[in-house]
Design a protein around this ligand. Structure first.
Ligand code: ADP
Ligand code: MG
Length: 433
């Protein structure tokens, strides 16, 4: 890597091709480079007046020169007089990763490659072989778990490492909000400056143009700085049809690792492990029975075991096959995971950036009304709750709920945007417990 002075000399050289020697001498002679990090070049000049001129007349050209040298965008920060550079605070979001470690991840044929790649990242973060690491596979197969295990392990090894964890759709929401609130600069700095960038469920940014654009620059500044990026997705880049080609190329440029549904031995190991964590010992027969019934999704296995602990508290008895059947029927319907109304409300509110109280309340604001209709529609479609129950949950009578559901059913046929939104929210719901 070039020294900061080399980089500055490079910039001056490019500028001398465009500006007169007098201009360079007047405005750049007492300029000195301070730092180039996290997508920002920091320079220093003697006075406030000169800084003003540099900003108004030359900022564009300096950034242009940087782009020429690194083929990615940089921010410029100019200090003057006795100002000193303070590093921006670390982005820290570790609470979200709690409980996900390599230790409590069961390895089988289905995930051993992804597991090894994740450990490779921890050993040498930023190594081009694994950068980015792109983990893909169906819902409930441990992608988020591995992503967070990487975060947890790197945090342990290097407590000062700046780690950012973000979900694809939260990245979008945050970006949109920052533009609205005029804080786009802070938003940029927050992610461009990290040592480890963990992005969960990237599929949500596909098709969203300005988000993809911003993500592309974020990706580049982190990558160019030699820092590590790990991404998860429910499908490989080639199947993300609305993904920007530039991003597809980047995603495919590192290591791709898939996670597959666990085979029966792995399922049994997971069942024993999860039950053990909850202080529950299951007989071999029951372990095998659950493993035979739930084949494609670890989240569902967990759901069933959680249900079983509730039975055990009530009956105090040994777990029987009947209890397993009962637990399965509350967690899975037609082979699909049944979410709770709370999860549906929460995910819909999160998607629309409104509060859960708003949805249950009386506001007629457009996006609150839409999110209310969608919540009713999704509870109806994803759970077994009757209309009256949905009404009670959303503080409405059953005719109002029915009207909401009909409205969504009607619009969804012609409104592609709405149909896509509902698919996204459903997918979010399915990736929650
Ligand atoms: P995904 O992100 O692929 O949808 P998650 O990582 O959220 O799936 O996994 C769903 C649940 O199953 C989590 O609670 C996770 O801890 C658990 N899980 C998934 N795979 C494994 C595994 N191999 N060993 C232990 N737990 C697992
Ligand atoms: Mg996930």
């Amino acid at each position: 890597m070039n020294s900061i002075q080399d980089i500055w000399n490079g910039i001056l050289e490019i500028l001398s091709g465009k500006l007169t020697p007098v201009t360079i001498k007047t405005w750049f002679e007492d300029c000195a480079p301070v730092d180039l990090k996290d997508g920002t070049l920091v320079i220093h000049t003697s006075t406030d007046f000169k800084r003003g001129i540099l900003q108004s007349r030359f900022e564009g050209e300096i950034k242009e020169a940087l782009r020429e040298m690194f083929s990615c965008d940089f921010e410029l920060l100019i200090l003057a007089g006795d100002e000193v550079y303070e590093e921006p605070p670390a982005a820290n979001s570790l609470p979200e990763m709690e409980g996900y470690t390599f230790d409590n991840f069961i390895v089988g044929k289905c995930n051993e490659f992804a597991y090894a790649a994740a450990q490779g990242v921890v050993k040498t973060p930023g190594n081009k072989v694994y950068n980015p690491l792109f983990i893909y596979g169906n819902s409930g197969l441990g992608k988020t778990h591995l992503l967070c295990a990487i975060g947890t392990a790197i945090h342990e090894a290097r407590p000062d490492a700046r780690i950012a964890f973000v979900k694809g759709d939260d990245f979008t929401n945050e970006m949109v909000r920052s533009i609205k609130e005029g804080t786009a600069d802070e938003f940029r700095k927050k992610y461009r400056g990290v040592d480890l960038f963990l992005v969960d469920d990237i599929q949500f940014i596909a098709g969203k143009e300005s988000t993809q654009e911003e993500f592309f620059h974020t990706f580049n500044s982190i990558y160019e700085a030699g820092h590590q990026i790990v991404i998860t997705s429910d499908r490989p880049p080639i199947d993300m049809l609305r993904l920007d080609d530039r991003l597809r190329t980047r995603f495919e440029g590192g290591m791709m690792a898939d996670v597959q549904p666990p085979d029966v031995e792995t399922r049994m190991a997971i069942i024993r492990n999860k039950a053990g964590h909850l202080g529950m010992q299951l007989s071999d027969d029951i372990v095998a029975y659950i493993a035979q019934k739930i084949t494609s999704n670890v989240r569902q296995i967990e759901g069933v075991i959680n249900r079983l602990t509730a039975f055990r508290e009530i009956t105090g008895d040994e777990i029987t096959r009947e209890m397993v059947d009962e637990a399965i029927s509350t967690v899975i319907r037609d082979g699909v995971y049944v979410p709770t109304p709370e999860t549906i409300l929460k995910e819909t509110a999160r998607y629309y950036q409104v509060s859960e109280e708003d949805i249950k309340g009386v506001s007629r604001q457009k996006n609150i009304v839409t999110s209310r209709h969608i919540t009713a529609y999704l509870i109806r479609n994803l759970t077994n709750l009757p209309l009256s129950g949905i009404g009670e949950y959303l503080n409405r009578d059953h005719a109002t709920v029915l009207a909401s559901i009909r409205k969504v059913e009607g619009s969804i046929k012609t409104d592609k945007e709405l149909a896509a939104t509902i698919r996204d929210i459903t997918s979010n719901i399915n990736s929650r417990q």
